[in-house]
Structures are given as structure tokens and as C-alpha cells.
Design a protein around this ligand. Structure first.
Ligand SMILES: *[C@@H]1O[C@H](CO)[C@@H](O)[C@H](O)[C@H]1NC(C)=O
Ligand SMILES: *[C@@H]1O[C@H](CO)[C@@H](O)[C@H](O)[C@H]1NC(C)=O
Length: 199
């Protein structure tokens, strides 16, 4: 009696040629799209937005005996968009003034549109109205004020849309300027400061 031939197990089916073909096409597509994005980005050549405070002054300064501050702050922000292909909508802008981590004032700035390769000067006007200060903060402020300048920080937050061709990219922009010496009496000169940008 002949031994029965042991049943050979059929080899597991490998991916069919069709599946392999689809995979190759998908891979090729991904590579092509990736390259297109890279080339587009390279041609847009995004450059950093640059900001600085060009002027700063304090007027109507009055720190009362019970440490309440009244003052008007004026700054000029220089916004530089060096991009050839990106324009910017500043949709909502909030500016704040800080002294030693104490927020003295907050104000909205009028929204604006900045064209490509444009420098725009923005007036920032803020007011402290009966702003209560801690004793130590008030003491430091008095001492600095007597020297003619006060050390302040200006922070700006803005919702922006970057317009690239037909696309609009929504971003949150943070601009941090300072610490800068801001003259209280007009006898001192203001030194422009460059701002840090967080986009
Ligand atoms: C500062 O404010 C206090 C309280 O409002 C007022 O009495 C004082 O006259 C003011 N000082 C100046 C220099 O305006
Ligand atoms: C930037 O744009 C503003 C507003 O459109 C315009 O007033 C200003 O002259 C422009 N500045 C430059 C340098 O192009």
C-alpha cells in the first residue's frame, strides 16, 4: 500500500498585483503632493514678521498717597511685514502695559490690514485709572519716576490671518516688547527696542 502523499499546505496568498499597484500609486501621489507643498512653501519664502517700539512716553502721571496710579501711556509700534507673498489681517489686537509683572492697563487697538512688504506704524494709547498698586511696587515706581524714566513692558496679542494667494491661515500672534525705559518727564529720550515674536 503506497503511503498517502502528505497534503502540502497551500502557500498563504500574497498581496495580489492589484493591491500592490494601488499601494505604489498612493505612495507616488504622497511624494508628488509633498514635493508640491515644499516647492510652494519655498516660493512663498516666508520671512519673520518684525516688531519694535519706536516711541514711548508717559504723561499725566499721578501716584496718589494711597498708591493708586493714574497715567497715560503712549507707544508707537513699528510692524514690518517683509514678505513678498504674504499679507496680514490683524483682526483683533489687545495691548497691555506692565510694570514689574503688574498689569497697569489694557486697551484694544483698531484692526488693520497690512499689505505685502509693508511697514506700518501703530499708535498704542493706554491709560491707568486709579490702578491700585502693592506697597513695594508703588515704592519702586516712585523711585524710578524720580530718575525720569520708568521700566515698562508692552505686550500685544492679536488674532491674525496670513493671506497667501487664495489661502488664509489663522494664527495667534504674541509680541513682547521690553523691558524699556519710558520717559515720564520729556527731558529724557526714548531708546527704541526690538520685540520678541511668538507666532
Ligand atoms: C493726584 O491725585 C490726587 C488724588 O486724586 C490729587 O489730590 C492730586 O492733586 C493729584 N496730583 C496731581 C499732581 O495732579
Ligand atoms: C503700508 O501700508 C499703509 C496702509 O496701507 C500705508 O499707509 C503705508 O504708506 C505703507 N507703507 C509702506 C512702506 O509701504
Amino acid at each position: 500500500m503506497a503511503n498517502p502523499v502528505p497534503a502540502q499546505r497551500a502557500p498563504r496568498p500574497r498581496h495580489s498585483p492589484l493591491v500592490r499597484c494601488i499601494a505604489m500609486v498612493l505612495l507616488a501621489l504622497i511624494v508628488v503632493v509633498g514635493l508640491a507643498v515644499l516647492i510652494t512653501w519655498a516660493s512663498v519664502n516666508p520671512k519673520k514678521l518684525k516688531y519694535s517700539i519706536e516711541q514711548g512716553s508717559i504723561s499725566r502721571y499721578n501716584l496718589t498717597n494711597n498708591n493708586h496710579l493714574n497715567a497715560n501711556f503712549h507707544f508707537v509700534l513699528r510692524a514690518n511685514n517683509p514678505n513678498k507673498r504674504i499679507s496680514i489681517y490683524y483682526d483683533r489686537i489687545k495691548a497691555t502695559v506692565w510694570y514689574e509683572d503688574h498689569k497697569l492697563s489694557i486697551n484694544d487697538v483698531r484692526p488693520f490690514y497690512q499689505r505685502r512688504r509693508n511697514v506700518t506704524y501703530v499708535d498704542l494709547n493706554l491709560m491707568a485709572i486709579q490702578e491700585p498698586l502693592y506697597g513695594t511696587v508703588a515704592r519702586d515706581l516712585r523711585m524710578e519716576k524720580d530718575s525720569g524714566t520708568v521700566n515698562l513692558d508692552v505686550k500685544i496679542r492679536s488674532k491674525i490671518r496670513l493671506k497667501v494667494g487664495v489661502f488664509k491661515i489663522h494664527r495667534h500672534l504674541k509680541i513682547m516688547c521690553g523691558t524699556m525705559k519710558v520717559p515720564v518727564s520729556s527731558s529724557k529720550e526714548f531708546q527704541r527696542v526690538l520685540c520678541d515674536v511668538d507666532l
